[in-house]
Design a protein around this ligand. Structure first.
Ligand code: SAH
Ligand code: SF4
Length: 345
């Protein structure tokens, strides 16, 4: 039943005003709805208390607030990572993760169901590509986390999928999340993570869409990168770097290099040197992610001694470098683990 209802998150103010008037309600009901949605972030019509019961009933019959069928919640032992398995209207499942830090709460959102890029160290890649998410399916992940009481102030597009391969809905979501009459989040608190698509980065430049970007390096050596990330063949890191440099010159948003460490594959001294060179060229900081292992991934992580040594070698060059703490491994909510339940056996 719910599937046939129009989703409220889709509408701009004018469209909503027209819709409520078509339902013989006063125009101001549209403003009331927008207020309940974007300021109070409710997820049921029942909570829209200043709208009459009869009007709420009519609205409920016509519209849905979230474009989802079912949501299952998993909480990590330390209670600092909460994963939602979200069933979409066509029964596909995507995941998003709330990460509770000391000073703020962030949300890792999915932009696609599965991922076509097929990086060999990533579980989402192993599950294959199902489809792109719509703007409301992306924004709905945030809306739901807020309605659950998490005060999410930062968003990272690091869940399932390659955001630049679903460009328009991702851009539209960004506008909704940061729009003053919508969720009004700070533009600086939203980061898009990409495996490095030339066409996508070109589009960012052409659109003058300046956003915090994280670039997933994999390896700075083209031949190794090709084995880990098949997109390297058509999107060679040398060209991607030149384009990223052009993009960075145009604005002052941060660029982060994300580097997933695979033992014996991309952890040599030569790799350290390559990563430092790239970070200097792009004036970027580095975020090291030790591999989150999985039975379908043919790589192993570094030991904590090896990981710290890799970090120290970078620190000597004065490049800012951090190690991403693994949260939510027990519920398969860490980087690259999303899609765990859907990987082809
Ligand atoms: N598709 C985008 C965003 C989602 S992946 C991208 O690739 O950037 C988010 C991050 O998780 C990327 O930096 C990716 O390299 C990393 N990642 C993927 N699989 C991982 C794994 N098994 N362990 C650790 N990090 C992983
Ligand atoms: Fe897709 Fe990113 Fe996973 Fe690569 S690392 S398969 S781009 S989600």
């Amino acid at each position: 039943m719910t599937i046939l209802k129009k989703n409220l998150l889709t509408f701009e103010k004018l469209e909503l005003e027209r819709l409520v008037q078509d339902l013989r309600m006063p125009k101001f009901v549209a403003s009331q709805i927008l207020n309940w949605l974007y300021q109070k972030k409710v997820n049921s019509f029942e909570k829209m208390k200043n709208i009459s019961k009869s009007n709420r009933d009519i609205l409920e019959k016509q519209f849905s607030i979230l474009p989802f069928k079912k949501i299952e919640k998993l909480e990590s032992k330390e209670k600092n990572a909460i994963k939602y398995n979200i069933t979409l209207s066509d029964d596909q499942v995507v995941e998003c993760v709330v990460l509770i830090e000391k000073k703020y709460t962030s949300l890792c959102v999915s932009s696609q169901c599965g991922c076509p890029v097929d990086c060999k160290f990533c579980v989402t890649g192993a599950m294959g590509f199902k489809r792109n998410l719509t703007m409301e399916e992306i924004v709905g992940q945030f809306h739901f986390a807020q309605s659950e009481g998490y005060n999410v102030t930062r968003i990272v597009f690091m869940g399932m999928g390659e955001p630049l391969l679903n460009y328009s809905p991702v851009k539209h979501s960004f506008e909704r999340l940061t729009g003053e009459s919508f969720y009004n989040l700070s533009r600086r608190n939203i980061t898009i993570s990409t495996s490095g698509y030339l066409a996508g980065i070109k589009r960012l430049i052409d659109d003058k869409w300046f956003v915090n970007l994280a670039f997933s390096v994999g390896s700075t050596q083209s031949l190794v990168r090709q084995k880990l990330m098949p997109l390297e063949e058509r999107n060679p890191i040398a060209k991607v770097s030149v384009l990223l440099q052009q993009y960075q010159e145009l604005h002052n948003r941060k660029l982060t290099l994300e580097y997933t460490l695979l033992k014996g594959v991309n952890d040599s001294l030569q790799d350290v040197a390559g990563l430092i060179r790239l970070a200097k060229y792009l004036k970027a900081k580095i975020n090291l992610i030790n591999l989150n292992p999985h039975k379908c991934i043919p790589f192993t992580p570094l030991s904590s001694i090896e990981l710290n040594k890799f970090k120290e070698q970078i620190s000597e060059s004065k490049i800012p470098v951090t190690i991403r703490f693994r949260k939510g491994q027990d519920i398969a909510a860490a980087c690259g683990q999303l899609g765990d339940s859907q990987v082809k056996k």
